[in-house]
Design a protein around this ligand. Structure first.
Ligand code: SF4
Length: 255
């Protein structure tokens, strides 16, 4: 079942009460179903099908999240992740509208794949934009062909989303998963760094080192794990990528 036609319910994969890596502070993370990418390193293959998980109303998810509000302090709040949250904009918009009425911080963790300036997506996204405090945008590869090899589609949409958020002055953190042999090339990292430097509203750049901890999920789901024995990046590879990408916080975010 997909979420009900024309209503604001969402298809949820799971929730996490004390997320500490997907946005500022301690956050309630809502993992949504549905993603059209097939990243070789995806940690959440169980979220790929838009028909999976369970259906929930935005009020119910907000009610669950607010139980943890005492832990959020100044910085925490709600992050919607996935899967790909931008495949369920009516749900996310309804959830964030209610969250904002309660003064809750709202973050979207996206790979940008659904983004387009075409309708009906664009008008729906325009309504979500002012309700979202921060975007965590994964830029998986700056090279279109290598991006396609890594995730199964070109990087046109995520790059277009990055440019759009920059135009609108919308705060974003850029995240890059570092996979040895796939995303560690110095020239590609330099090109990515140049692209990021051209964006106006980047508040942070992060490198996320690859690890194979999700491999058991693929085995359980009878899916091939195509990264084989790819190792985690070494400390040197991480340090070099962090230097090239100028990892860090950008207060005032023009850099
Ligand atoms: S975009 Fe995210 S959810 Fe989709 S395949 Fe890639 S890592 Fe998995």
């Amino acid at each position: 079942m997909t979420a009900c036609e024309g209503c604001e319910n969402g298809r949820i994969s799971a929730t996490e009460s004390f997320g500490s890596v997907d946005g500022p502070g301690i956050r309630f993370i809502v993992f949504l179903q549905g993603c059209r990418y097939r990243c070789l390193y995806c940690h959440n293959p169980e979220t790929w099908a838009l028909t999976g998980g369970y259906e929930a109303a935005p009020e119910e998810i907000l009610r669950q999240a607010l139980r943890y509000r005492p832990y959020w302090k100044q910085m925490g709040g709600i992050t919607v992740s996935g899967g790909e949250p931008l495949l369920q904009i009516p749900f996310v918009t309804a959830l964030f509208r209610r969250a904002k009425e309660r003064g809750v911080s709202t973050v979207i963790d996206t790979a940008g794949e659904p983004f387009t300036r075409d309708e009906p997506f664009f008008s729906a996204f325009a309504q979500l934009l002012p309700l979202t405090d921060l975007f965590l945008l994964d830029l998986k590869h700056i090279d279109a062909a290598k991006h396609t090899a890594l995730v199964g589609a070109s990087n046109e949409q995520p790059l277009a989303l990055a440019r759009f958020l920059s135009e609108r002055g919308k705060r974003m953190w850029i995240r890059h998963v570092l996979v040895p042999g796939w995303t560690t090339g110095a020239d590609d990292l330099r090109r990515l760094s140049d692209f990021i430097a051209g964006l106006r509203s980047v508040a942070r750049v992060e490198v996320l080192p690859y690890h194979a901890m999700a491999r058991h999920k693929y085995e359980a789901m009878n899916l091939p794990y195509r990264l084989g024995d790819t190792p985690a990046p070494t400390a040197e590879e991480i340090a070099r990528a962090e230097e090239i990408l100028r990892v860090g916080d950008y207060t005032g975010y023009l850099h």
